[in-house]
Design a protein. Structure first.
Length: 265
């Protein structure tokens, strides 16, 4: 009797390409594979970078981004998607046009705005398009503290402020928000998941003296993968938090850079 092929869920990342392999499309695919999903892509930008510097960004024409999305959905039963670097208003409008027709699919929005190195990864005139066209479609939005501060229009310097920002964003866009508090560099890394006014905190001990590239991409990709497997949002976040924490704890060094460990996991 012929053995039937194993079925695994399909995930999709809509993001930029990082030639250093530590962030963007490359780390999303590593995460998807490590968490037993079949990863597909729609590349929005080609970025020339390494963990310490972004040299140049070349956006993919918006029509090509839209064609990538159309053909992936034509061929595969996508269970969950994530967005990363969208870069421009034109790309955001093309992505939103397709995603709006896939409203029943789970969508993790990582509102990528600034690289770890400080380089802008979202044009200033595209922030409004992101706010209006992409955020309302999300199953969950996963800003870091700097991105959340841009969205709420005020500085966020304490855990209480991060918690309130998660609530404010969730009420404003009427979708769950996960505001990540790792940038506060406290003894604990605390992330706040707000669904309206209901907040769940996810706490782990901070790994000290580490500067890593691509943690936000990896975390959001892991949430996407666990959602594709059918976990609830809270459980997907909890399991993804464990995944990224272990990747940080078991990091390794290549040259001068700390690298997330996703090997053999």
């Amino acid at each position: 009797m012929k053995k039937s092929a194993r079925k695994i869920p399909v995930t999709l990342t809509i993001a930029g390409s990082d030639n250093s392999g530590g962030a963007g499309i490359q780390t999303d695919l590593k995460t998807f594979g490590n968490l037993a999903t079949y990863g597909t892509t729609a590349i929005t930008c080609v970025v020339a970078e390494h963990p310490g510097r972004v040299k140049s960004i070349h956006p993919v024409p918006a029509k090509i981004v839209e064609d990538q999305l159309t053909l992936v959905h034509e061929a595969f039963p996508v269970a969950a998607m994530k967005t990363g670097m969208l870069f421009s208003t034109e790309i955001i409008h093309s992505v939103a046009h397709i995603l709006k027709s896939k409203a029943r699919r789970k969508l993790v929005v990582d509102p990528v705005m600034v690289a770890t190195s400080g380089a802008l990864l979202l044009k200033e005139n595209a922030v409004l398009a992101l706010r209006e066209r992409i955020l309302p479609l999300a199953t969950v939005v996963t800003p870091n503290l700097d991105e959340a501060a841009i969205l709420v229009g005020r500085k966020l310097t304490t855990l209480d402020e991060a918690r309130q920002a998660a609530i404010d964003c969730s009420l404003m866009w009427k979708v769950p928000f996960l505001v990540k508090g790792g940038h506060l560099k406290l003894s604990e890394s605390v992330d706040f998941l707000a669904v309206g006014r209901r907040v769940t905190a996810f706490r782990v001990k901070t790994v000290p003296n580490v500067k890593l590239h691509g943690t936000g991409c990896t975390f959001s990709a892991a949430i996407c993968a666990y959602l594709a497997h059918g976990f609830s949002l809270e459980e997907a976040v909890r399991k993804a938090k464990d995944f990224i924490t272990k990747a940080i704890q078991t990091r390794f060094k290549i040259g001068p850079y700390d690298i997330l460990n996703q090997i053999g996991r």
